[in-house]
Design a protein. Structure first.
Lengths: 125, 125
DNA sequence: TTAACTGTATATTGCTATTATATACAGCTT
DNA sequence: AAGCTGTATATAATAGCAATATACAGTTAA
């Protein structure tokens, strides 16, 4: 399990753990039913409290990326790609609606909006 | 000057004052060069410290909605369409950032996003 | 069965950002 | 001069959050 903590990054530790594991699940590096490192083991490796790793795992579980069996361990959940996709699509649609309204109230053209989207996409890579 | 403070609302007092005055300016209830209540007078009415009303006015001035003449008072600024436009642009950028992040985490392509924007724009007319 | 592992629950510490404040100051008006 | 206006600085009080220790309870394997 490759997890790196950058103390300078500004992001809280539990969040760094959360997002790194999440990425590995989404990318497929971690597969369904793979066992995650125990919250205590990982905490020891990272030299932090296990409460912090626990918090990261809690988030992951709440979002449906992992599941937990008490006294046994935490495992990668079945990838419900469609679910994730639909949830995100709904959120994206809401954002777009907001954008369209804002754009209308200040005479921003369609081309301008698309430009902005493209720009932002290129920034992210 | 009608300003109501809801202590339960969760929003800080200075922000409630800020947004209520802002609304009145945007709606036209307060017109260009209208004098606002003095920060001390308003504070007295609302039974709060004048530092709090001052903060609300500071925000309004920073955003360009009012202007101040030392030792005289605060006045509604000329309605600046560009100002509103910039505010909206900022909000739109924030929405786009969110969208880009969401899209990345469910492998939604640039084309898909642009399609969605176009679709939404056509719906609105 | 016990030692060593797993996750859980509760309370607490420390820190940082924010809200709201008092007090002392300086300029305008009458 | 009295009484308004806004200004500047320093301070108190909160609230929220990150990270933690400690005590608990279930599983596994020697």
């Amino acid at each position: 399990m490759d997890i790196l903590i950058y103390n300078k990054s500004g992001a809280p530790i539990y969040e760094q753990i959360y997002s790194q594991i999440k990425s590995q699940i989404i990318s497929g590096a971690l597969k369904e039913n793979d066992m995650l490192p125990s919250i205590r083991g990982l905490a020891k490796d990272l030299r932090i409290s296990f409460i912090t790793t626990k918090r990261a795992y809690e988030e992951l579980e709440k979002e449906g990326f992992i599941y937990t069996i008490k006294a046994k361990g935490c495992y990668v959940a079945a990838k419900n790609v469609e679910l994730l996709r639909e949830e995100n699509l709904k959120k994206i649609e809401e954002h777009i609606e907001q954008i369209v309204q804002l754009a209308a109230s200040c005479n921003l053209s369609r081309e301008n909006i698309i430009e902005m989207v493209n720009f932002s996409l290129e920034e992210q890579g």
